[in-house]
Design a protein around this ligand. Structure first.
Ligand code: PSU
Ligand code: MN
Length: 300
């Protein structure tokens, strides 16, 4: 993969000097939030990582080149690109071979981060097992990637639009540790709390670094998921979200939307149903994850 990677000079310098680097995904920019909020979010997340003493590395495909770190111009253009592909493990190479622009999902971003030598990655929420998966078989490739690629992924838990118990089961099957950060309950993206216990709990970046060191010593491959609750000031409580999610899910089924379009549709429908409130929560939780990821990268 390395011949196809354009590692930005700031990222290459940090990696060469053994300094902390945090990878960022780009599907959240191309498909997860509307313009210009997506661009504001990307800029603020990058500066929070820098303030936290780490170097941000936004990963995306630009005209068939895999970028690890974008210039300001490239980032701003990506945020306005219409019709970018959303790529995962199945189609990252397709976008490269066709010279396309693409946002990388959690799965594709982990692959690229690992190829570049980056160990920590911040996002909003991972993909997972969708509601109705027993019929649709819609299970995100993010879960399989977490099982095979050694990148610590910091997210605000699993998106509450998913079937969270089934998501936890698939993660366990693939040997992925799921850590509640400072919490016993698994956070559910917009909400700090869900009725599902977090399988493991840690309270400091140093503890997460020590856990990762033990995994490496034991030769255990694959990633881990750090589930970091959204700050209380920005959360939408679980019971309040449940109604919005049920309406969005009903609309999805009525419109017959399937496949890759499911997550972007549900996120954008929920932004509409909440009058924009869920978007502010989404931005706040990504920023919060970026801060923690910088601390973990430093602790490593
Ligand atoms: N987190 C967000 N917004 C998003 C995503 C994560 O706050 O849009 C994206 C990630 O790129 C994740 C994808 O990999 O949603 C899941 O897509 P799918 O369910 O099709 O695997
Ligand atoms: Mn899917």
């Amino acid at each position: 993969m390395n011949d196809l990677l354009d590692i930005h000079t700031t990222v290459a310098a940090a990696l060469g000097a053994g300094q902390p680097v945090v990878a960022l995904e780009s599907t959240i920019i191309t498909h997860g939030m509307p313009y210009p909020d997506n661009l504001a979010m990307a800029r603020s997340v990058e500066s929070l990582i820098s303030q936290g003493g780490a170097t941000p590395a936004l990963i995306a495909v630009v005209k068939g080149r895999i970028k690890v770190g974008l210039d300001d111009d490239e980032r701003d253009a990506l945020a306005q690109t219409k019709g970018a592909r959303k790529v995962s493990r199945a189609d990252l190479a397709y976008a490269v071979s066709q010279g396309e622009n693409a946002g990388t999902t959690v799965a594709a971003t982990m692959m690229v981060a690992h190829a570049a030598g980056i160990k920590v990655f911040a996002t909003g929420g991972i993909g997972g097992v969708h509601q109705g998966a027993s019929e649709s078989f819609d299970i995100s490739a993010d879960l399989i990637e977490l099982g095979r690629t050694p990148v610590i992924t910091v997210a605000a838990g699993a998106k509450a639009i998913l079937d969270i118990p089934k998501t936890l089961e698939v993660l366990e099957t693939h040997g992925v540790p799921v850590i509640g950060y400072g919490t016993d309950a698994l956070p559910a993206f917009w909400s700090r709390w869900s009725p599902h216990p977090a399988p493991l709990r840690l309270d400091t970046p140093a503890q997460i670094a020590a856990f990762q060191a033990a995994r490496e010593t034991l030769g255990i491959e694959g990633g881990m998921l750090v589930a970091n609750p959204v700050p209380a000031a920005h959360e939408i409580p679980h019971d309040e979200m449940a109604g919005f999610i049920a309406s969005a899910q009903a609309d999805l089924e009525r419109e017959g939307i399937t496949g890759k379009a499911v997550t972007p549709y549900l996120l954008s429908r929920i932004v509409d149903l909440t009058g924009g409130r869920s978007l502010r929560t989404n931005i706040a939780l990504v920023e919060n994850n970026a801060r923690l990821a910088a601390q973990i990268a430093s602790a490593l």
